[in-house]
Design a protein around this ligand. Structure first.
Ligand code: FES
Length: 61
């Protein structure tokens, strides 16, 4: 799974921490699967299906 790193609150780019993602604008936090764990965001991050072969990573947009 790939995550779109844009906060669902007002669109700031979220920052990756070792075990979660945090938005620098108003403090929303998301787990490693993009689920909201702290607001003000109310919606999970957008996700995309991912597949791989021996030399490529495919992200289904
Ligand atoms: S834009 Fe991310 S918390 Fe507001």
């Amino acid at each position: 799974m790939a995550l779109w790193m844009e906060c669902t609150h007002q669109g700031c780019e979220v920052n990756a921490q070792p075990h979660y993602l945090v938005c620098p604008c108003h403090g929303s936090e998301f787990d490693a699967n993009g689920n909201v764990v702290q607001g003000p965001a109310e919606t999970n991050l957008k996700t995309f299906k991912v597949n791989t072969d021996y030399e490529n990573i495919f992200i289904y947009l």
